[in-house]
Design a protein around this ligand. Sequence first.
Ligand code: SF4
Length: 416
Amino acid sequence: MSSLHLPRTPESAAAPPVATEYVAPRLPEDLPDAYCEGDIATIPLVQEPHRASWQTEIPERYLAMDADELADRIRGVKAALGERLLILGHHYQRDDVIRFADFRGDSFKLARQAADHSQADFILFCGVHFMAESADILTRPDQAVMLPNLAAGCSMADMAQPQDVYASWDELTSVVPAERTIPVTYMNSDAKLKAFVGRNGGAVCTSSNATAVLQWAFQRGDRVLFFPDQHLGRNTGKKLGIDPRDAMALWNPAQRMGGLTAEQIERSKILLWQGHCSVHVRFKVDQIDKARAQHPGCKVVVHPECTEAVVDAADADGSTEFIINYVKNGPPGVYAVGTEINLVHRLHEEVKDQGKTVFCLDPIICPCATMYRIHPAYQAWVLEELVAGRIVNQIRVDDDTREWANLALQRMLEIV
Ligand code: SF4
């Protein structure tokens, strides 16, 4: 390890071969809702049908490598870099990627892991863009955070473009006082929006702590602007006794004043940005009915990014970590789960020897289309570039954004 002359910062690296940055696609035209064309086994990158819209700068030699060859290469870099390298893997990553993660988790748990690992010079974030941004904000400036494929965004995060949120805030606070209106952004958002809530007295939340963050917000104001996920906002507000039909309103950023009247805005305790997760809105109440008919007594657990009707029909709802614990700590039996398929498959494998069967409510295999873009070929490429002394695909948040977004993230970490 000591014989490797690795850069500590991108400035010390040899000219990186990649300068591409993540650019949020305009939705819905550019981004499929979910990837539903086959099974989820890893195929060589060259065979991936949507590869043309992924990051294309990867050297050609990686395109035809199969999962075993890529795994050998990744293992080699991990052994060479030791503790200087930290690999974080989100639960929605495919098996061939997450098996190399030093830590697995949802976005909240991984944000904490990034913040807690000051010994790591390099953090490879196997997740999506907003997660890598948060990791960069929570780590020291001389720690390099990298995203294997710069095209791995989040369709929900892209539904709240910073300019749209700024314009909406101006319109909203022309009707109600800014000092009594608290902006809360879900972790799944651009770093500029985290900075925006930091500047305006708000906080970031995740699905693990959304209830606590909303309670915190209502100790400071009368009203919350919640973005980008309307469903998490609605489902969480309901848990606090706020009636979605009476005291929440949907803010459509494409319309003037969100498409609302001044009276509707004044009456609302929560203004819900019109965004959603394209994976979780696939779950329907009739899937739950069918699961219960086919497996009497089964337990249904879903993510709060599902619609209100689905959450109401389920036995329980909560973050990815909650779902894992619900199944692992529950009695033997059948569990129907409403969240991303890679997690559901792994969970089944982990608990099947305990007399538990876990299946996905959605009968069509549907991984998150953007998480799926983290193919092990990108993982191997970025890691081997490190060994060659080059940092590629680094995610860096500018200093001003970093300062304010960090404030909003620290508030989140302190609220729990
Ligand atoms: S599962 Fe939904 S919220 Fe999560 S990264 Fe994919 S699109 Fe975004």
